[in-house]
Design a protein around this ligand. Structure first.
Ligand SMILES: Cc1cc2nc3c(=O)[nH]c(=O)nc-3n(C[C@H](O)[C@H](O)[C@H](O)COP(=O)(O)OP(=O)(O)OC[C@H]3O[C@@H](n4cnc5c(N)ncnc54)[C@H](O)[C@@H]3O)c2cc1C
Length: 478
């Protein structure tokens, strides 16, 4: 067999499983249809490590959310990704809805969430002065946190690669065939076991293999992202209490100091439909004003959307659904929060089956990308002495240096597109949205990847950024 385990999908779920399996001496590969990890739902969500009061007690969602959230702080230190414990408030705007707050509180207790409290209006306003005066009370969840979903996924992937997991990119899984002692994938790779972590596409993969069918409904959620200058608008994640009228939207700071607003929920048919729409944007903006009345929407720097992989049965589908075929499917929210626990659970099931030993020379940690804004002047100077590229600022909005961009291009799971650089280093994430730094990042990519500028892409095989040279076009009278 080529592999002991072949993981399909390089989102946070697949990479978390790869990270856990890399601790064993199993021969593991991860196959991804895109050119990089973090290209599916994992790149577009609310980035909240939920405390765990939302999911129905007794479900996998509830159990793995609470477990995952508990693992996250230590993991953030070990694998060096951005994570912040900022706490959350679920705001109630009508005395009539107070029982809903109590219900969430009790559900949280049943799920094992620590530190929950119900706060009255004055207490809420003391914590968050910009919250509307209409607020009546709120559920306070001090363990709720925010994370960089890209950082978390690259950390899992790089550590897995550093410990021997092989990554196969640009290859969609199209066929899975049962063979003696395992499976054959794409008529090419033989493996003892398969993990299906294919996000919104996981139902197709499961249904090709298993007699009992599952269904995943893509539900799109749109967002508005505000410039960092608005970052002091709130410090907690502000949810609206779900009522009969709807789930409301959230306003949250991000780990990088922006404010993010959204999401709505709309079923879509096309599993690639991550458009934003005027109606969706109007909906989230109008709903958010209930939480904070004076949101400066003129500070919007980006809109985007992500697709929830909503399972028809309402819970995560994590099981050995056929002999040696493991599902990690239907991983909608709180999938990001649960990822560390999903990784442990699925790896545990596979270890039970294959009985591996421990990996020799296992490398437990991983270093994140240098953020020069976090360094003291002396530390930065020392770094520049060692590598002068860290003294060249490429992205002025986010203070990203040429050193970090080169680092992103040469890691064990390297960036191969401008978006890959952006998500790893934040070059292009700021106010100008890469208007200034894109050509400079591209020049570095051209040099390090040893390819002409015309070959550099924004995000996928079809997204070349340069179509030709202006001077040559003029010469030919175009
Ligand atoms: C609007 C929204 C808000 C959310 N907010 C939160 C939140 O605040 N907190 C939280 O905990 N969770 C949140 N989530 C959920 C969270 O984002 C997901 O649970 C998580 O990202 C799912 O990761 P995944 O790896 O399972 O899927 P994905 O990230 O989609 O990864 C699946 C991968 O499989 C690949 N793939 C698919 N088909 C194939 C194939 N045939 N061959 C090879 N590769 C394939 C895809 O290219 C993709 O890279 C939110 C989700 C959405 C949409």
């Amino acid at each position: 067999m080529d592999y002991d385990v072949l993981i399909i999908g390089g989102g946070v779920t697949g990479t978390a499983i790869a990270y856990e399996l890399a601790k064993t001496d199993l021969n593991v590969a991860l196959i991804e249809k895109e050119e990089d990890v973090c290209e599916g739902t994992t790149k577009a969500n609310s980035a909240i490590v939920h405390a765990g009061f939302d999911a129905k007690p007794g479900t996998l969602k509830a159990k793995l959310n609470v477990e995952g959230a508990k693992l996250m702080p230590e993991l953030a230190k070990l694998l060096d990704f951005d994570y912040k414990n900022n706490g959350a408030l679920v705001l109630c705007f009508d005395e009539e809805h107070r029982p809903g707050v109590v219900e969430l509180y009790e559900r949280g207790l049943a799920n094992g969430v620590e530190g929950l409290q119900i706060l009255e209006k004055e207490q809420v306003k003391a914590l968050e002065p910009n919250v509307s005066d209409e607020v009546v009370c709120a559920l306070y969840a001090p363990t709720s946190s925010i994370v960089c979903p890209f950082g978390l996924t690259y950390a899992f992937a790089e550590n897995a690669a550093d410990n021997g997991v092989q990554f196969i990119f640009n290859e969609p899984v199209e066929t899975i065939e049962k063979i003696d002692g395992g499976w054959k994938v794409n008529d090419k790779y033989t493996t003892k076991t398969i993990v299906n972590a294919a996000g919104v596409y996981a139902d197709g993969i499961h249904n090709d293999v298993c007699p009992e069918k599952i269904q995943i409904i893509p539900r799109r959620g749109e967002y508005t992202l505000l410039d960092r200058s608005t970052g002091n608008m709130c410090s907690h994640t502000l949810f609206q209490l779900p009522t009969k009228a709807g789930k409301g939207v959230l306003i949250t700071p991000t780990v990088h100091g922006n404010i993010m607003i959204g999401p709505n929920a709309q079923e879509v048919e096309n599993k690639e439909n991550t458009n934003t729409t005027p109606e969706g944007q109007a909906e989230i903006r109008q709903k958010a004003l209930k939480t904070i009345p004076n949101i400066p929407f003129n500070k919007t720097i980006r809109t985007f959307s992500g697709l929830r992989a909503t399972p028809a049965n309402g819970d995560f589908v994590i099981a050995e659904s056929a002999d040696g075929f493991f599902d990690a499917a239907g991983i909608e929210s709180p999938g990001l929060s649960s990822a560390p626990a999903i990784g442990k659970m699925v790896a545990g099931m596979i270890e039970e089956k294959l009985k591996p030993g421990k990996r020799e020379n296992y490398k437990a940690d991983r270093k994140g990308f240098v953020n020069v804004k976090k360094l003291s002047k002396e530390e930065w100077e020392k770094l520049i002495e060692k590598d002068p590229d860290y003294g060249t600022i490429v992205c002025r909005c986010e203070t990203v240096t040429a050193g970090s961009i080169k680092d992103a291009l040469t890691r064990s799971v390297p960036a191969v597109s401008l978006d890959g650089i952006k998500r790893r280093t934040r070059a292009g994430m700021g106010r100008c949205q890469s208007g200034f730094c894109a050509p400079r990042s591209m020049a570095i990519m051209s040099e390090v990847m040893n390819i002409p500028m015309e070959e550099i892409r924004l995000s996928n095989q079809k997204s070349k950024l340069i179509t030709g040279k202006v001077k040559e076009d003029l010469k030919h009278g175009n």
